[in-house]
Design a protein around this ligand. Structure first.
Ligand code: SF4
Length: 452
């Protein structure tokens, strides 16, 4: 257990990016240049593997805490319409790409990919496999809402080609579930896990949360213990971000039901203690993995990466995002699809890549991004080595290193020469150290989540 000192409380109260990219998506600019994205696609080499992300922007019902781009479709017509446009978008991107080494990772997120029918999901995955030449042994991961998971859909995932299922569990406490409009009894999650495993998908992730209304260290720890009785391979532990000025439905959550920063700290500590007691290995700031999981191996060999889906063992440098709001990442920059389904669909109908925001990264961005990614993944970085890899002098980021040195007194990190390390017990605050290398981080933004 780490005591929350006054100085740690100050750091934990900061609003900071989650650094799933650097620069962050807030820096992307509207009025994108189609030729720029197409130039980045043209630069893909025949030996480059690519990754695919598919955003399904629908859910059966809206959870009050949700921060995703999603809506309730009220019938299957909107979903069928979306699927038609998604298939056209698949063709647009794949036609614009030169020969490549195939897709090593496919990730379905949302929203809830299980808002599609089982037949439509299988057929969509088959189309993606064909258009992007799925590599043998590729990981195909899908995020699922277990509260609305049809048994046939779950049992068909393995045959469709899915290799990893990620279930939004969040909490098992019935009072908390009621406060966030997500009624999901243990038996339902248990049945979902059994159906998924029975269908041949062996790798299971759970998303769990703290900081939700009505949560306290005891009920968070109880939920974790109950979750671990189902033996997930990975657990992601997220803190709820209350931003009702950005996500209107969060106004359904009463601020008086939310813990303060010290309370959130206690909940995170309680959850982590359960995970570590059960033998899970800490991955970065908020993930935990069974020692036999590939992510634990990636952490050990220094190959862990961070992208828009969070921590990943996917080494591909190119990520193609399909569907509304999805972000594509290239070595040269980022392109984000239009977030509104109608705007996205209209662009696809015009046979245009549906990109609405974009950012061409500079050499300086890529250097800072590499330092931040190393810190976020390995909790340590040799800044001089990263500078050398990017063709910069070892002293290039010495001012930023000096900022990191000021955090030593609070116990947040150790700095030796140009090497920084964050203690695993404080990994949940690694963003504070990473922010030393982000010139924008000194301008607080209410659009970022609390550091804890
Ligand atoms: S199921 Fe997931 S994506 Fe859908 S509303 Fe709930 S939290 Fe959001």
């Amino acid at each position: 257990m780490t005591t929350l000192t006054e100085s740690l409380l100050v750091h934990a109260s900061r609003n900071l990016p989650r650094y799933t990219s650097y620069p962050t998506a807030l820096a992307f600019q509207s009025a994108p240049d189609d030729a720029l994205t197409r130039g980045w696609l043209d630069a893909i080499q025949p030996t480059d593997a690519v990754s695919i992300y598919v955003h399904v922007p629908f859910c059966e019902r809206l959870c009050w805490y949700c921060g995703c781009h999603t809506s309730v479709p009220n019938g299957y017509d909107r979903i069928a319409d979306f699927l038609g446009h998604l298939r056209s978008e698949l063709d647009l991107w794949s036609d614009a790409m030169p020969p490549h080494a195939g897709a090593a990772h496919v990730h379905f997120g949302g929203g809830s990919p299980n808002s599609l029918s089982g037949e439509d999901f299988s057929s969509l995955l088959a189309s993606i496999s064909r258009r992007f030449s799925l590599r043998p042994g590729a990981e195909v991961a899908v995020e699922l809402d277990p509260g609305n998971l049809d048994g046939d859909f779950a049992r068909g995932l393995g045959a469709a080609g899915v290799t990893r299922a990620s279930l939004g569990v969040q909490t098992f406490d019935p009072d908390v579930q009621r406060l966030v409009n997500r009624i999901q009894p243990f038996e339902r999650v248990e049945a979902a896990v059994a159906d998924i495993r029975c269908g041949g998908v062996k790798a299971i992730n759970f998303d769990m949360m703290y900081g939700l209304p009505g949560q306290n260290p005891d009920n968070v720890a109880d939920s974790l213990r109950t979750a671990l009785s189902l033996a997930p391979d990975r657990v992601a532990l997220f803190g709820y971000a209350h931003v009702p000025w950005m996500k209107k439905h969060q106004a359904m959550i009463r601020p008086e039901d939310l813990a303060d920063v010290a309370g959130r700290w206690g909940q995170a500590e309680a959850a982590e203690a359960v995970l570590l007691d059960h033998g899970y290995i800490r991955i970065g700031m908020d993930h935990f993995a069974h020692p036999g999981d590939p992510m634990a191996a990636r952490l050990a060999n220094g190959g862990l990466r961070r992208n828009f889906q969070g921590y990943t063992d996917d080494p591909a440098a190119v990520l193609i995002g399909l569907g509304p709001s999805a972000i594509s990442a290239f070595p040269q920059g980022f392109s984000q699809n239009a977030s509104r389904v109608d705007h996205w669909a209209a662009a696809v109908k015009r046979h245009q890549l549906p990109v609405s925001r974009q950012l061409a990264t500079t050499r300086d961005d890529r250097l800072r991004g590499a330092v931040i990614e190393r810190l976020m993944c390995s909790l340590e970085v040799d800044v001089a080595s990263v500078c050398a890899e990017h063709g910069y002098a070892p002293s290039t980021l010495d001012d930023e290193l000096q900022s990191a040195r000021t955090l030593r007194v609070d116990g947040l990190c150790a700095v030796s020469g140009r090497r920084i390390s964050v203690s695993p017990e404080l990994s949940r605050l690694v963003r504070v150290v990473a922010a030393c290398f982000d010139p924008q981080a000194s301008r607080p933004s209410a659009r970022h989540s609390l550091a804890i």
